[in-house]
Every structure is written in C-alpha cells, then in structure tokens.
Design a protein around this ligand. Structure first.
Ligand SMILES: *Cc1c(COP(=O)(O)O)cnc(C)c1O
Length: 402
C-alpha cells in the first residue's frame, strides 16, 4: 500500500530534521533494522532452541542461541530469555515467574520516576499484586533507609528497582542487601539504563539481583523488545515456562535476530565510547540549564528532569508542544511530588542517548540547552530558535546512514 511507504518516508524526514530528546528513544543501526525487517518474521518457532513445536527451526535456533549467548556475555549473567515482546511483557513474565497473585511488591511510584508496570493504578501490576511504594528524599535520590523500613514492616515478597525518570546511579548493592535481610526477591528493571550498564557507566545489577528485566530499544540501541536475565537456574526455568507457554506464543525471531545484532554492537569498544559521550552530553545540558537559572535536576545518567512550571511558568504539556514547533522532541513527565496530572505534569524529561547516536557534540548539547531555555522563556522567537536548531541538525548524521 503506497500510502504507508509515503508515511514512512515522512517519518524518516521528521526523525532526520529534529533534535530527538526523548530519553527512552534511540536510533538503531542499519543491520539491526535489516534483521528486524527480514524474512525471520515468516517463521513460527514456539518453544526454545532445540525444543520447538515447529519444524524448520534449524537456523532460527542458531539465531536465538546467538542472542542468548551475547546477552549473557554483555550483562555477565548465567541465563537469558530473549523472547519477551516488550519491557512491559518482560515485567509481567518476571513477576508471574517468582510471585503468586496477591503477593506484595515494593516499588517506586510512577510520579517519582517508576514505570506503569511497577504498580500504577491503571496497570495490571496493581491489580495482580499488592503494591506499596517507597519514595525519594528531597534531593531526588532514593530514600534507602525508608525503603528498608517499609520492606521489613510489610515483609515484601519482591523489591523492585530500576526506573523511567531517575537521573542518578542506583545503589543495587544496598537494595540487594535489604532484600536479603527481608527475604524478598530483588528484581531490577534496567530498561532505561541497560546501555549504560553495558557500556560500564552504571554499576551492574549482578550479582545482587535475583531477576533482571530490560527493554532492548532505549540506551541499549536495539530493536523494540524485552529480555530477562538471571543467575539462578531455578528462576530461569520458571521464566522460560511462564514466557512460553504461560504468556506468549510464537517468539518474534526477526526481533530476536535484531536483538542479537544490538548485543554484538554493544560489546564493541565504540559502544563504550558512545555511552561516555551520552553521559557527558546529558551532564553538560543539565549544567547549562542550571547555570542559566532553570530548575533542572542534576544527572549521572542519560537523562534529567526540567521543572518547566518553576522555570518558565508553563506545564510540561505546554513545554512539550512549544518545543515541538521548533523540532525539538521531548516528553512531559511527572516530577517528584508533582501536583499536576500525568497528562499535564510540571516538567519535561530530557535525554541525550538518541541525539548522541547521531554524533551530537558537547558544544551542541550546551547550545541545545540554551535554545530550550531562551525559547521557553520567550527571549528568542520561533524563527530565531529554528535557525539555531537547524544549524545543529546540519552537523548530525542522517538516521538511514547509521
Ligand atoms: C520503558 C520501560 C518499560 C516498558 O517497556 P515497553 O517496551 O514500552 O513495554 C518498563 N520498565 C521501565 C523502567 C521502562 O522505562
């Protein structure tokens, strides 16, 4: 259908012409896209390598086996399941693998940086499990002491760490110790920081975590999908059985092939270098905003939060819409103790993993922050902002050439 390809061409143009600051996005390599769009999508392969319910899985087994081996190597884990269709599915499978319905889990709430699947009232997680939340201290970091007290009091069955809008390093060793003390499973959802962990810029959840879930499409720069890792033979057996036949049918082997390629890419020295630049660019942008007087959080990762209500007197929703008019793509995000609703919010989450893949320099990361600040505080017009955005975009690599 011609119309669909015209729309893909328009979307390609949109991605090329803008500054992509959505912290959960990235630009995949040509090889990752080729595998995701390959004939592997034609194949049914219910089951696992060597144990399939369909014939003709000879090559598929080798592809999925390669993905498993590379995932284990990349994250230093003993076992991996690469079949979850998404990060949310991975979490659903992980919970169901180690918990009974109604068991208690302890997580960070959505408005403080958690994810929908971490017990949001509108999500299955809060309907299937008894969810309690720990919180952040005034400086925006996890209140580990309170976390320990709640966990001990409630005898939580599972403690979860790993978030969607948390700009600081997570102390996995500390939470792991608390989980041991409580007798809880320690689950890490590294969806956002998988690339940082792979690149060596965030401590690994192993050996502290019992079970680790992730997306593959955020900082890790793979295809849209999920994975589950563990060092426990008992847990991987449960995970494999819960994933198939428990919750999913045929795996997306085209996506699994693309995952394998992205793990391979993340094992190369250039990836470490890339993650280093991501962290540097993010830091420079947040520092620049603070130096200009904006209320931006500090950062140790690929993202930070900008309080647009305090900085510019506008909601996150309005800031997102305004920035879109100058081709800077962001997303509104709840801030800690936000009094606005989730579809309005008091601020933005800004991330530099995607633009850095296209080669954004530190100088241009700072310039991006200045454009955002001057435009949202109405010091420059849309036309003036656009000229400066275009100048940066002109220095970036085209997404189809990556
Ligand atoms: C993005 C994210 C997910 C969900 O991933 P999807 O692939 O969108 O389902 C889960 N957990 C965290 C912490 C995330 O940031």
């Amino acid at each position: 259908m011609e119309k669909l390809f015209e729309l893909v061409a328009l979307e390609t143009k949109r991605q090329n012409e803008g500054l992509e600051l959505i912290a959960s996005e990235n630009f995949t390599s040509k090889k990752v896209r080729a595998l995701a769009g390959s004939v592997l999508t034609n194949k049914y392969a219910e089951g696992y390598p060597g144990r399939r319910y369909y014939g003709g899985c000879h090559y598929i087994d080798e592809i999925e086996g390669t993905a498993i081996e590379l995932a284990k190597k990349l994250f230093n884990a003993k076992y991996a399941n690469v079949q979850p269709h998404s990060g949310s599915s991975a979490n659903m499978i992980a919970y169901a693998s180690v918990l009974e319905l109604g068991d208690s889990i302890l997580t960070l709430s959505l408005d403080e940086g958690g994810h929908l699947t971490h017990g949001s009232p509108v999500n299955f997680s809060s309907k299937h499990y008894k969810v309690t939340h720990y919180g952040l201290k005034d400086d925006g970091t996890i209140d580990y002491e309170a976390l320990r007290e709640i966990a001990l009091k409630l005898k939580s069955k599972l403690i979860l760490a790993g978030f969607s809008a948390y700009p600081f390093i997570i102390d996995f060793a500390r939470i792991g110790k608390i989980a041991k003390e409580v007798g809880a499973y320690f689950m890490v959802d590294m969806a956002h920081i998988a690339g940082l962990i792979a690149g060596g810029y965030h401590p690994s959840p192993f050996p502290y975590a019992d079970i680790v879930t992730s997306t593959t499409h955020k900082t890790l720069r793979g295809p849209r999908g999920g994975i589950i890792l563990t060092n426990s033979e008992e847990i991987i057996k449960k995970v494999n059985f819960t994933c198939f036949p428990g919750m999913q049918g045929g795996p997306l082997e085209n996506i699994i092939g693309a995952k394998a390629q992205s793990f391979y890419e993340a094992l190369q020295p250039e990836f470490k270098e890339y993650i280093k630049r991501v962290v540097e660019n993010t830091k420079v942008a947040s520092e620049t905003l603070r130096a200009l007087g904006a209320e931006a959080s500090e950062t140790e990762t690929h993202l930070f939060l900008l309080n647009t209500k305090k900085s510019y007197g506008i909601t996150g929703k309005d800031a997102e819409a305004l920035l879109e008019t100058i081709k800077i793509t962001t997303n509104k995000n709840m801030l800690p103790k936000d009094d606005e609703r989730p579809n309005t919010t008091s601020g933005l989450r800004l991330g530099f993993a995607a633009v850095t893949t296209r080669g954004l320099t530190e100088v241009n990361a700072a310039e991006t922050a200045r454009i955002i600040h001057e435009f949202l505080s109405k010091k420059i017009t849309k036309e003036e902002a656009m000229i400066r955005v275009n100048k940066i975009v002109d220095t970036l690599q085209a997404i189809d050439s990556l």
